[in-house]
Design a protein around this ligand. Sequence first.
Ligand code: ATP
Ligand code: MG
Length: 419
Amino acid sequence: MNCRTAIIISIGDELLIGQVIDTNSAVIAQQLSGAGISVLKKYTIKDEAPEISNALDEAIPEADLVIMTGGLGPTNDDVTKATLNAYFKGSLKRDETVFQHVVAFFKKRNRPMLVVNEAQADVPDVAQVLFNRLGTAPGMLFEKNNTWVVSLPGVPREMQTIMLEELMPRLLAARTGNQVIHHEHILLFGRGESYVAADIKDIEDSLPAHISLAYLPHYGLLKLRLSGKGTNIAQLQSEMGVYADMIHQRELDFVFARKESTLERTVVELLQENRLTIASAESCTGGMVASRITDIPGASAVFMGTVVSYDNNIKHRILGVKNETLEQEGAVSAACVIQMAQSVRDMMQTDIAVAISGILGPSGGTPTKPVGLVFFSVSSKYQTEVFDLNFPYDRAINKEMVVNTALNLVRKHIQAFFL
Ligand code: ATP
Ligand code: MG
């Protein structure tokens, strides 16, 4: 089976009433697209046998692969397994490996195992089992008219693990011909997608038919993904590397990574590689810079701490910001963030410190200091820099953008002074 096209079917009443957002189909689509399989369409349907059968009747003739998610649980509202068993004219047989896994699953949690739980190990004899190491409902793989029909549990992390560990290897192994897929990533911060598109129009126009470019923006970040198909991976990589390098050079000031990454990961890696440490002093971001940095494993080697100095009194008492600064220039000022950054760097004995103070909205602005005005300072032994920027969005988005901006300023400071 050479899988080129897929249809995704999300099953669950909760999805149709909007109680749960269908993230599974997005994750599945990302995986498939990453492997060069085109997703033709998605269905979202009720937990009802006729709906499931009808969707299969429509999808199977159209695609090489049909992936369903949801409705595999042991309760009466989940009907997918029984429906598939009938649809593919199988009969349920106990799978010994799955049964032992289910028994061990309950034993480990010290919970009694019910008959309905045992039944999780009963699988249609016309299906291949896709082992679910995180849960009790196994995934299943059926085949009809050269189309693979796959059923995965609804629980997102179980679905994702089976997809990655069980299904993708089978799909790749079944591939006939030796088509290869390659992606190159260029991650930018601080330049809008339309400007980037204008900057690189000539490069984009010169891409051959087997290489495509996607623009994926998110809170000031822009991921450019080049996707290519070919038959020789080394040749494809070097061909695509040339285009990626050209785009990188064109946007040199804005590029922060050439792989799937985040600003916080880039900052932590830069700090680790150069044996540097950092601390933060945060007002309007409430510790979010610290939170994002500590999302990265290994942050403990580089991140010393933060002072969330939200109140002016704390800015003065803990960080020593001068009362006259707070009274005359205010907490949202260049002088205030400079003192915050220098003070926290000194207090935590770090190479670098970043400080942030601003007005995120929706209220609190004045004619001279409008809503969205934020001051940043990045301080090291080389220099204490200060920046002010305006953020035009709502409070939550402004906060994300401010944190991204702070991380990016730290990255630029390290690159300018420490490399
Ligand atoms: P279980 O064994 O837990 O019953 P299941 O295969 O029957 O698994 P569901 O009962 O349909 O799956 O859903 C389990 C959980 O996963 C629920 O919390 C549900 O909200 C969530 N879920 C189901 N489908 C999706 C989806 N498409 N996207 C995101 N979450 C989902
Ligand atoms: Mg369900």
